[in-house]
Design a protein around this ligand. Structure first.
Ligand SMILES: [Zn+2]
Length: 60
């Protein structure tokens, strides 16, 4: 949770900025950062929809 809130987690874009990996993209091919994880990654879409449904009480 702290990594998500601060944006300083093990996201490929951040790791690449420290030269800890040579790729800054997610497995889906887009830049891997907090915003991508929470809002855009198609690989996490099912989890995102389930969480939004739990939070809002509505089926998204
Ligand atoms: Zn992705």
């Amino acid at each position: 949770m702290t990594q998500i809130l601060t944006g300083h987690g093990n996201f490929n874009q951040k790791l690449a900025s420290f030269k800890l990996t040579d790729k800054e993209v997610c497995e889906c091919g887009q830049i891997d950062d907090v915003k991508h994880l929470l809002l855009n990654c198609p690989l996490n879409e099912d989890i995102r929809i389930n969480q939004l449904t739990l939070i809002t009480g509505r089926i998204i």
